[in-house]
Design a protein around this ligand. Structure first.
Ligand SMILES: Nc1ncnc2c1ncn2[C@@H]1O[C@H](COP(=O)(O)OP(=O)(O)OP(=O)(O)O)[C@@H](O)[C@H]1O
Length: 261
């Protein structure tokens, strides 16, 4: 396998998809011939509603079985083992599905107990602080607002100690202050020892926070944006938005092999 990242980055921060078909009920929803992602960094996946972003994240995180193909972490294939993927990759639960009778702390402890390496690092403390979780830590989830549930769900993606973390539309419902603080903490994590893979609907966040971009349409990767592409637009967020919208509106040919590292 080629690509500079295989030697330049810690092997535990590489995700490679080979001939992957993901779906539900036997129906193919996402098809990816070859996609290589390497951290540290932050991959923002953007695409129309129904383009397959959530299906892709669920498959990467072991929440959906692959219909075919394989996912390699650290060069090791995981075509059949959903549980191996779930152990190795942090996954943000659906905020609306958190257990309402438990307190925030109980939910967090429950998620941390699922992996061998629950995280107590400084990065996690910074995240907890940015999310302001301790203010409602002892309250049952049933009493949380939508934004509070979103903050707790986000936190749960990190408490297992994994360094590859999947976040599905993490910024929904967040107020301006928590959004600002959270983006800063996630940027810091993506600069040190995390590979974050998030779905997004806002091109400006992709431009200002992510290190790589991936455009998905019709279940296929249509375009990758590397750091140089994002830097080209750094002074022109409106131009970047127009560029992304145009690519999504008009469509571009699918890519057989996409490397973002
Ligand atoms: N359980 C399912 N069974 C059949 N089709 C499904 C199922 N879940 C999703 N789909 C279909 O798969 C496609 C991709 O859905 P997915 O939720 O991955 O899209 P998305 O890009 O995350 O969309 P959004 O931006 O609206 O969240 C859609 O056409 C959707 O209707």
């Amino acid at each position: 396998m080629d690509g500079p990242f295989m030697t330049a980055f810690p092997p535990s921060l590489t995700v490679v998809l080979h001939d992957v078909i993901c779906g539900a009920g036997g129906q193919a929803l996402v098809q990816i011939e070859q996609l290589e992602m390497a951290g540290p960094g932050w991959v923002g996946i953007i695409g129309a509603n129904g383009s397959g972003k959530t299906t892709l994240l669920k498959s990467l995180g072991g929440r959906l079985s692959l219909l075919s193909g394989s996912i390699l972490l650290d060069g090791e294939a995981h075509e059949a083992s959903r549980s191996a993927l779930a152990q190795r990759i942090g996954f943000m639960p659906d905020a609306a599905c958190l257990p309402s009778d438990l307190t925030g702390r109980m939910v967090s402890d429950l998620v941390a107990a699922q992996t061998a390496e629950a995280d107590q690092t400084q990065a996690l403390a910074a995240l907890r602080e940015a999310l302001g979780l301790e203010r409602f830590w002892a309250r049952p989830v049933a009493h949380y607002s939508a934004g509070m549930k979103q903050r707790l769900a986000l936190y749960c993606a990190f408490v297992g100690g994994q360094r590859i973390v999947l976040l599905d539309e993490p910024f929904n419902w967040l107020d301006p202050v928590s959004l600002f603080d959270l983006k800063q903490v996630l940027r810091d994590m993506a600069q040190s020892d995390y590979l974050l893979i998030t779905t997004l609907h806002e091109p400006t966040i992709l431009l200002t926070s992510c290190t790589y971009g991936l455009l998905l349409e019709g279940g296929r990767v249509r375009m990758t944006l590397k750091q140089a592409d994002l830097q080209r637009f750094s002074q022109n967020p409106a131009g970047f938005e127009a560029y992304v919208v145009s690519a999504l509106r008009t469509g571009v040919p699918g890519m057989e092999r996409a490397v973002i590292a």
